[in-house]
Design a protein around this ligand. Structure first.
Ligand code: NAD
Ligand code: UDP
Length: 322
């Protein structure tokens, strides 16, 4: 059963990484549904501009803080959403130690807060815990194929640890925990220069530059629009389900097909700037979302055409402000 939002009116949701892309959209949803939100962020990859529209909202407050260090939040906390972590490969490869701390120390601190407050805890895990998968599409029952010492391991293993410590707090301390395994998500408020393929190709198309396809472009990803993800996260948080749940869009495409789609929208011929494939870059990725359908009644609603249109409109404004 999914609890009704009326059960949480006026109660507090703590959101770590609140100035980031996904968490800022989650915060909008929580506020719209009548909760108060306390966001914590050290702005390592996020930006206050993602929260600027909430500046005068009496139900919202922001604390600049590195959540890998301890903290306390006063008041009636109903939820702790641990969203803080560098998420783009170029970000986490640059700050691998901070990334490992965000998955380990920061997950402990967020779980401890949830335990003290008897709050529900939700951690943002990732499809990266499946590594370079040998099973396709990936169901939650698959244990993954991760290089524990590769350049991506700072992220993948941190998230695997985050899942492990979350289940340990659930089993040993009875904390009400949830784990969402997020697959590639896109939408407004991504950083234009964060290196992920969606802002990279849209930015290049807007500037009339060739698109930087890594490798031969045959690797696949499945892109989920951010409002769909937020709906899945919010349903999971209000559910009684404690095992990990994949949230992503099963619409799979190769990176070359994605580049062609962007070129098609901009009505330009695809020009490619071939680049080497980064080490350990997963060759395929597509979520099996049967569990989310069964447990949460959730599946994505926003088509690729609609979501990418919204995202392009946002980046147009970033590149050429009115
Ligand atoms: P993002 O970089 O936009 O947001 C992450 C936020 O966390 C940023 O605001 C950053 O400043 C903050 N942060 C990082 N370390 C921190 C620390 N030690 N203390 C305080 N704040 C810290 O990334 P995003 O795409 O919004 O990702 C949000 C979460 O979802 C991450 O945990 C990420 O691993 C997970 N996730 C995202 C995707 C995706 O496709 N967007 C896919 C899988 C998982
Ligand atoms: N990619 C690319 N060109 C870019 C950025 C990324 O070809 O400029 C590829 C990358 O190698 C990967 C896919 O696009 O195969 C998705 O990359 P992203 O960084 O968005 O997310 P990932 O799924 O790797 O975490």
């Amino acid at each position: 059963m999914i609890q009704d939002t009326s059960n949480y009116q006026g109660r507090i949701a703590v959101v770590t990484g609140g100035a980031g892309f996904v968490a800022s959209h989650l915060i909008d949803r929580l506020l719209a549904d009548g909760l108060k939100v306390v966001a914590l962020d050290n702005l390592v990859t996020g930006a206050m501009s993602n929260l600027a529209h909430l500046e005068n909202d009496p139900n919202f407050s922001f604390i600049e803080h590195d959540v890998s260090e301890p903290y306390e939040v006063d008041g009636d906390v109903a939820f702790v959403f641990h969203m803080a972590s560098p998420a783009s490969p170029i970000d986490y490869v640059e700050i691998p130690v901070e990334t490992l701390k965000a998955g380990s120390y920061a997950t402990h601190h967020a779980l401890d807060l949830a335990k003290r407050k008897r709050a529900t805890f939700l951690v943002a895990s990732t499809s990266e815990i499946y590594g370079d998968p040998e099973i396709h599409p990936q169901p939650e029952s698959y244990w993954g194929n991760v290089n524990s010492i590769g350049v991506r391991s700072c992220y993948d293993e941190a998230k695997r640890y985050a899942e492990a410590v979350t289940m340990a707090y659930h089993r040993a301390h009875g904390v009400d925990t949830k784990i969402v395994r997020i697959f590639n998500t896109y939408g407004p408020r991504m950083r234009l220069d964060d290196g992920r393929v969606v802002p990279a190709f849209i930015g290049q198309a807007l500037r009339g530059e060739p698109m930087t396809i890594f490798g031969d472009g045959s690797q696949t990803r499945s892109f989920c629009y951010v409002s769909d993800l937020v709906e899945g996260i919010w349903r999971l948080a209000r559910s009684e389900f404690h095992e990990p749940v994949n949230c992503g869009n099963p619409h799979e495409m190769t990176i070359r097909e994605f580049a062609e789609a962007i070129a098609g929208i901009f009505q330009v011929e695809l020009k490619v700037d071939d680049r080497p494939l980064p080490p350990d870059d997963p060759k395929v990725r597509k979520p099996d979302i049967r569990r989310a359908k069964e447990q949460l009644g959730w599946e994505p609603q926003v088509s690729f055409a609609e979501g990418i249109g919204e995202t392009i409109d946002y980046f147009r404004e970033v590149v050429n402000p009115a």
